[in-house]
Design a protein around this ligand. Structure first.
Ligand SMILES: Nc1ncnc2c1ncn2[C@@H]1O[C@H](COP(=O)(O)OP(=O)(O)OP(=O)(O)O)[C@@H](O)[C@H]1O
Length: 233
């Protein structure tokens, strides 16, 4: 039996605001297994991004425990957390944030270079992932020379280039039309299944949620699993 790549226990998050504390996560428990695509739904402001930020070690939860690959990350220093972020976690955002002056291949190679991979190896790996995502003919196109769906597939390739254990996506198809969303999601989904990465994806797109392995709604700070085929809020 495989072990969860991502595990949250009793995770809470309280923001301090001018009018006092705002608790958006009130004790979240969640496991994501290798090769599993887990959806996170819920109305705007329900705390999806807050959970993803904690999962991605971008912020500390107010309380509770997070494990990545069995390692309790709460007690780690910033250096160790950065190492895990660079090597074990891939991020995809609603807006791709690709560097406009770099071509697709170098955008994807960049995180590998930052993680210490040699230029030639980083480019070869970037070519491989871009090709897997159907962009083998677009390697030397700059973002401005790519369609919206292609740009977002480059962002997916960039997130997966360093073979992370955990893929976190925040509205990865949020700015795309329905047909293009479907294409990008299918490419992402296929690569998750092929590589065995664990994926946690926040989305407002119920059509996409319907294609995920499990879906949870954030409601009043807690996760509620939604049965298959009825992924409404
Ligand atoms: N740094 C912060 N300081 C204070 N409040 C915050 C902060 N970050 C988020 N919030 C509040 O926490 C709540 C949850 O925000 P979050 O971004 O996690 O929601 P979300 O479900 O991802 O929303 P959306 O679907 O609109 O992206 C919101 O009400 C937001 O205003």
């Amino acid at each position: 039996m495989s072990k969860p790549v991502f595990s949250a226990r009793g995770v809470t998050r309280t923001y301090q605001t001018g009018t006092g504390g705002l608790t958006v996560l009130k004790g979240v428990d969640l496991d994501v297994m290798p090769g599993e695509v887990v959806g996170l739904i819920g109305p705007s402001g329900s705390g999806k991004s807050s959970l993803l930020h904690a999962a991605g070690l971008l912020e500390h939860p107010t309380s509770g425990a997070i494990q990545i690959d069995g390692v309790d990350v709460g007690g780690l220093g910033e250096r160790a957390r950065t190492h895990i972020r660079l090597n074990s976690i891939g991020f995809v955002y609603q807006f791709h944030h690709l560097l406009p002056e770099f071509d697709a291949r170098d955008n994807v190679a960049l995180p590998l270079r930052i993680a210490g991979v040699k230029q030639a190896d980083a480019r070869a790996r970037a070519e491989e992932v871009l090709t897997q995502l159907g962009l083998g003919e677009r390697l030397t196109h700059q973002p401005g020379q790519l369609s919206g769906g292609e740009q977002q597939r480059v962002a997916v390739a960039r997130a997966l280039a360093n073979r992370p254990r955990l893929l976190l996506a925040d509205e990865p198809t949020g700015n795309l039309d329905p047909a293009t969303s479907q294409t990008v999601f299918e490419a992402l989904h296929a690569l998750v299944k092929e590589t065995g990465v664990a994926a946690l994806i926040a989305t407002h797109n119920m059509e996409l949620a319907g294609h995920m392995d499990r879906v949870f709604a954030l409601k009043d700070g807690h996760l509620e699993e939604r049965p298959a085929e009825s992924h409404e809020y």
